[in-house]
Design a protein around this ligand. Structure first.
Ligand code: GLN
Length: 536
């Protein structure tokens, strides 16, 4: 049984300072020193989970093995630490209130008045401790979303205050703030940091370590000033300078000794060994690519890059595996028509059609796929992207003129993508999405098998609609092969084209499983195909 230590990461001054990356980097460093670590994100909004949030609001929704729809920061945690997260790793205010209110309705509070303190704060604490409970982890890192001082974050900061008091040296608080550079004055300013620490102090929490996000290096006098005015040791003032890649941040934090500070604050002996060579090797390859390709990412949320975060990162991992820099050209599917096609796609080395929901931009996606198929450009379709590939093939190769998904056109004569009859009953009951990991059996004669190199794989899902099995024979005969099947329900998970250098559509989301340590085989294969296409 491990003596689990709890590390909290809060943010001040402004959001988007990169708490998720700092948390993930700390986890990576502690792991490299031989500790087992998990990371949790507590989000102060009222949505029970981010599954219902529009990507414009909150970026991508990341799906875990156990089918939880979570904050995109969990994606960073997995990509850095190479360990899967679960529902327990992402908790929102909405989920906490829902749980407490349900308990109240069931009479479990025995007639007492249910209040934010202690009932909500107790539930927050319970969710944090849950991760450390079974003794699997040396460290539980809990990141609090939002900014200290926000009305929403009060109960979370109060829960931290109590836990620090209860846990003593088994707990430490890292506060991430901004140290802006004022051009006119020609200097870095510490006042916002001082104010944000003061806000925390008003709520009873003294941070142990202050991580300062900055555009310029912090000199000794700035460090001393922050230490003096924020009641921390100088060694606990950590510089977090803007980096060219998020994957640099663990190395920057190593230089700044963030991990050592955390060990010191929690009275954890510093292990002799540090095993970070693989990460460094990754960075070396990242910065010295031999090849370069450009891929078009066709989707409807392209104005907001965070909407396709995991895909973007999977291109980086797969790129490094190929010693290749992958430039992503975001192409708006809604603006893509026959005239635009050449201009947008003639120069790219490959086309990826993104996941999505609803009909907006769907015809643009279908046009892009026809272009990739006819011009033999490597193509990768993910979830809705795969469904669009099936629709395109139905319309243009099988001659099923109005082929469609019943998501977009419930009255189509050719519902090539549909809700399967055995799922319809489930749908009506409200359990509407296929979420999380499902096994898939690969055809050993397929191209995807060459990449996975195993017959049984497991991948994560997030969708309602499926390839309609009534059309399977016709598709296979005409050259679109159904090469991956979910055996339990006989559902098509992968299609690929004969007579095409690389044309793969997957019903699942491979991007969620790509990490620095394990780049996803399909992204690796797609990028290799793009390099080959370019060399031709
Ligand atoms: N909208 C499609 C479905 O529900 C695809 C979902 C997705 O791309 N994640 O099946």
């Amino acid at each position: 049984m491990k003596n689990t230590k709890y590390i909290f990461v809060t943010g001040g001054v402004t959001s988007s300072l990169g708490k998720g990356i700092i948390s993930a980097s700390l986890a990576k460093l502690l792991q490299s020193r031989g500790f087992s670590v998990t990371i949790q994100k507590l989000d102060p909004y009222i949505n029970v989970d981010p599954g219902t949030l529009n990507p414009y609001e909150h970026g991508e929704c990341f799906v875990t093995e156990d089918g939880a729809e979570t904050d995109l920061d969990l994606g960073h945690y997995e990509r850095f630490s190479n360990t899967p997260t679960s529902q327990a790793n992402n908790v929102t205010t909405g989920r906490i209130y829902q749980y407490v209110i349900n308990k109240e309705r069931e009479g479990e509070y025995l007639g007492t008045t249910v209040q934010v303190v202690p009932h909500i704060t107790d539930e927050i604490k319970r969710r944090v401790k849950l991760l450390g409970q079974n003794g699997n982890f040396d460290f539980v890192i809990t990141e609090i979303g939002g900014t200290v001082g926000d009305i929403e974050s009060f109960p979370f900061v109060e829960a931290i205050r109590q836990m620090r008091w209860e846990l003593g040296k088994n707990c430490a608080v890292i506060h991430l703030t901004l140290v802006p550079f004022l051009k006119a004055a020609g200097e870095l300013k510490t006042k916002p940091t001082q104010h944000s620490v003061k806000t925390m102090l008003e709520q009873g929490v003294q941070p142990d370590i202050i991580v300062c996000r900055t555009e310029r290096p912090l000199n000794d006098s700035i460090r001393a000033k922050i230490a003096q005015f924020c009641n921390v040791e100088v060694s606990s003032v950590i510089e977090s300078i803007d980096a060219s890649s998020i994957y640099e941040v663990p190395m920057l934090m190593l230089e700044e000794k963030l991990d050592i500070e955390v060990l010191r604050k929690t009275q954890t002996p510093l292990p002799e060994k540090l095993d970070i060579a693989k990460w460094q090797h990754f960075l070396k390859r990242l910065h010295h690519p031999v090849h370069q390709v450009t891929v078009a990412l066709v989707g409807k949320y392209v104005e907001l890059k965070d909407a396709y975060k995991s895909i973007h990162e999977a291109f980086i991992h797969g790129g490094v595996a190929n010693e290749c820099e992958v430039k992503v050209k975001y192409v708006h599917s809604e603006h893509l028509d026959q005239e635009q096609l050449e201009a947008e796609l003639s120069e790219v080395d490959g086309i990826l059609v993104a996941p999505g929901f609803g009909g907006r931009g769907i015809e643009g996606k279908i046009l892009a796929i026809a272009y990739a198929r006819e011009n033999k450009i490597p193509f990768f379709g993910i979830c809705l992207g795969m469904q669009c590939a099936v629709i395109e093939f139905g319309r243009n190769v099988l001659g099923l003129k109005d082929a469609h998904s019943t998501e977009m056109n419930p009255k189509t004569n050719h519902p090539v993508i549909d809700i399967m009859s055995n799922q319809r009953a489930v749908t009506n009951l409200g359990g509407t999405m296929r979420l999380g990991a499902y096994p898939c059996k690969l055809d050993p004669d397929s191209k995807v098998f060459q990449l996975y190199k195993e017959t049984m794989i497991s991948e994560r899902h997030r969708h309602r609609f499926e390839f309609n099995n009534d059309y399977r024979k016709d598709y296979n005969k005409a050259g679109m092969k159904t090469v991956g099947i979910y055996p339990n329900e006989n559902l098509v998970e992968i299609v690929e084209l004969d007579n095409h250098p690389w044309f793969v559509g997957v019903q699942y989301h491979p991007e969620y499983k790509s990490t620095v340590a394990n780049p996803h085989p399909l992204f690796v294969g797609f990028i290799a195909a793009m390099i080959k296409a370019r060399q031709k």
